[in-house]
Design a protein around this ligand. Structure first.
Ligand code: PGA
Length: 254
C-alpha cells in the first residue's frame, strides 16, 4: 500500500531549545491524532539537532528523522561535510537530496545527486529526492522536460529494488517560500506525469506503490485540497513545519 507522508523541512531555522520545543510539540500533537496507520511523519532538522530530535521522537512509531543533505563520499578529507554512515549511526532514516536551494546556492547537479542517492541507499537510508522547475521554465512550457531530466539523471540510475526505497518530492521552485502554491490541478498533473515516468521505467506495481510528495507553500489551509489528489501522497513542508500546530493540522489533512 502506498505510504502517505508529511515531512517537515526545517531548513536553517531554530536554536537547540527551539528545536526541542518544536519536536516535543509535534510528538504530543501527533500522539493525539486519529490517523491511518499508513500516515508517516518525517522531521528534517538542521544537522546539530538530528540526534536530539531522534531521541525525543523515537518512542513515536509514526515519526522518523531525516537529514537535509549529506555528502556522496563515505569518509575522508571533505571539511565541513557529513557522510551518510554518520547519519545512520545516530538514528536518521531519510535524507533530503536535490532540494532546489542546494541546486541553486551550492551548485549541486543531477550527476552529483545520483552519487549521493547511491551513498544514502548504501547506508540503508532513504533518499527524498526533490525535483521541480523554476518559473521561467514553466512559463516556456518546459516544466515536464525539466522534471523528467532531473529524475532520469539523478534518480532513475537506480535498479528496481533500489528505487522502492526512495521518495520523490515535486517542488516547483516558484512555489517554495513564496506563498504561491501550485494549484491542485497543477500538482496533480505533474504528479501523474512523474508516476507515469516511474511506470515506464519500473513497471505498474512499483509506480502504483510509490510515494510522491508535493512541496511549495503547502500549509494548514491548503494541504487537504492538495492531498486529496489521486497522485499526491503527502507533502514536504518548509515554513509551516516550524509551527507545531500548523504542522499537526497538515499531518491530519488526509
Ligand atoms: P515552503 O518550503 O513550504 O516554505 O514553501 C518547502 C520546501 O522547500 O521544502
Amino acid at each position: 500500500m502506498r505510504k502517505k507522508i508529511v515531512a517537515g523541512n526545517w531548513k536553517m531555522n531554530k536554536t537547540r531549545n527551539e528545536a526541542i520545543a518544536l519536536v516535543n510539540g509535534i510528538v504530543e500533537g501527533v500522539s493525539k491524532l486519529k490517523i491511518s496507520e499508513n500516515v508517516q511523519v518525517i522531521l528534517a532538522p538542521p544537522f546539530p539537532f538530528l540526534e536530539s530530535v531522534f531521541q525525543l521522537s523515537k518512542n513515536s512509531s509514526r515519526i522518523s528523522v531525516a537529514a537535509q543533505n549529506c555528502h556522496s563520499e563515505e569518509k575522508g578529507a571533505y571539511t565541513g561535510e557529513v557522510a551518510a554512515s554518520m547519519l545512520e549511526s545516530i538514528g536518521v532514516s531519510h535524507v533530503i537530496l536535490g532540494h532546489s536551494e542546494r541546486r541553486a546556492y551550492f551548485n549541486e547537479d543531477n550527476n552529483f545527486l545520483a552519487k549521493k542517492v547511491k551513498a544514502v541507499l548504501k547506508n540503508n537510508l532513504k533518499p527524498i529526492f526533490c525535483c521541480g522547475e523554476i518559473l521561467a521554465e514553466r512559463e516556456k512550457g518546459n516544466h515536464f522536460n525539466i522534471v523528467k531530466t532531473q529524475l532520469e539523471e539523478g534518480l532513475f540510475v537506480l535498479n528496481s529494488e533500489e528505487i522502492q526505497n526512495t521518495i520523490i518530492a515535486y517542488e516547483p521552485v516558484w512555489a517554495i517560500g513564496t506563498g504561491v502554491t501550485a494549484s491542485s490541478e497543477q500538482a496533480q498533473e505533474m504528479h501523474a506525469f512523474i508516476r507515469g515516468l516511474i511506470k515506464e521505467k519500473y513497471g505498474d506495481n512499483i509506480a502504483g506503490n510509490y510515494t510522491i510528495l508535493y512541496g511549495g507553500s503547502c500549509n494548514a489551509k491548503n494541504a487537504r485540497e492538495l492531498f486529496a489528489n489521486t497522485d499526491v501522497d503527502g507533502g514536504l513542508i518548509g515554513g509551516a513545519s516550524l509551527i507545531a500546530n500548523d504542522f499537526i493540522t497538515i499531518v491530519d489533512s488526509f
